[in-house]
Ligand binder design. Structure first.
Ligand code: F1P
Length: 346
């Protein structure tokens, strides 16, 4: 079996120890966040999308002012983030996220933040990495580590970890208790929808994919869309739901598939948009806790179940890759880590 597939299938069992690790690290995070008013999350590629989801979660669950910036942008356009860099000595905290802990832009952004006198938190699957050497405090999740170039299990491990930290520190006790059911919910979900993911992945007819998600689901839609691109080399783009009418809808034809990552609160607006695209010939597939083509049936509140949108979408991408004669373990033109010989000039 491809190791990407193995990693996708094994991820719920990893979430179990991630939840324990997050609980264990929570007091260090509580102390580290004390006095901070602005959080700057950074990462590259998948981990930048994870930074975007973390911003939504830390705003919603802890009330923080927060931004997500790709590591490279933080470095190249430092002047635009100067306020954060200069505030870094006091009220701002950099939270650097990286599977490898070795991506040049992320490591260098952390190094420069430290140089400016700031504090850095690191979330990673690689405890012995260069990034960790700049950390004031960490969330280390080695059990999420993987062989694949494409991030799947690593991504969800860090997502579950950050989500748990936000739930614990915000004292959302019911949410935190509910999140403890994520491993079982994830395993059930994969078992139930594996055949569907296989047949969707094997269907050669669709030629373009759109992943729609709003609020904290936008980062998830971006990540799911990237999986489809990297593994199956298909045309694939993410959008917040209502954005889709503002141009992207022109691309809909009879060979379009739209995945709708539905919310609880704005479901009717989201379904209305999907209905319009069906009238134009698209196929739509909805994901939600209940009453959807892919129904998680977890009972976990919206702010704790974001990770459940990913496994089935990762599987569709992996099976589409295999069905097209590609190898999901060896995506085109990609390496597991991007390292650059890179000097910033200020
Ligand atoms: C970041 C990243 C990965 C991507 C690719 C290149 O890595 O962009 O998300 O899958 O292989 O690197 P990291 O900093 O999270 O290790």
């Amino acid at each position: 079996m491809s190791y990407t597939l193995e990693e996708i299938l094994s991820q719920p069992s990893v979430w179990e120890s991630v939840l324990r690790q997050a609980e264990h690290s929570a007091s260090e995070w509580r102390a580290g966040l004390r006095g901070k008013t602005h959080l700057v999350f950074t990462g590259c590629g998948s981990t930048w999308y994870l930074a975007e989801i973390a911003v939504a979660l830390f705003r919603r669950l802890l009330g923080y002012r927060a931004s997500a910036v790709p590591g490279g942008e933080l470095l190249l356009y430092r002047q635009d983030w100067l306020e954060d860099f200069s505030g870094s000595a006091g009220s701002s905290l950099l939270i650097a996220i990286s599977r490898s802990g070795a991506t040049t832009e992320t490591v260098q952004a952390a190094a420069e933040w430290k140089e400016a006198g700031g504090q850095v938190a690191v979330v990673t699957n690689s405890p012995d990495s260069p990034l960790v050497s700049y950390a004031d405090f960490t969330l280390l999740l080695p059990e999420g580590q993987e062989k694949s170039v494409v991030q799947t299990r690593s991504f969800t491990s860090m997502l579950v970890g950050l989500n748990a930290i936000a739930a614990i520190l915000g004292e959302h006790r019911a949410l935190w208790e509910a999140m403890k059911h994520l491993p079982q919910a994830g395993a059930r979900l994969i078992e139930e929808y594996l055949p569907m993911a296989q047949s969707l992945g094997a269907d050669p007819f669709p030629e373009r994919f759109y992943f729609l998600g709003s609020g904290l689901r936008y980062g998830l839609a971006r990540e799911a869309s990237l999986k489809m691109k990297e593994m199956s080399l298909s045309h694939s783009e993410p959008f917040p739901f209502l954005e889709f009418r503002h141009g992207p809808i022109s691309m809909v034809n009879g060979q379009t598939v739209l995945f709708g990552l539905l919310s609880d609160m704005n479901r009717s607006h989201e379904l209305a948009l999907l209905g319009e695209t069906r009238a134009l010939g698209a196929r739509t597939i909805t994901l939600a806790d209940r009453d959807a083509d892919v129904a998680f049936k977890s009972g976990i509140p919206e702010e704790g179940r974001g990770v459940l949108y990913l496994p089935v979408l990762q599987l569709v991408a992996a099976y589409r890759s295999i069905s097209a004669g590609l190898d999901p373990d060896h995506p085109n033109n990609l390496t597991a880590v991007v390292t650059l010989n890179f000097e910033t000039r200020r």
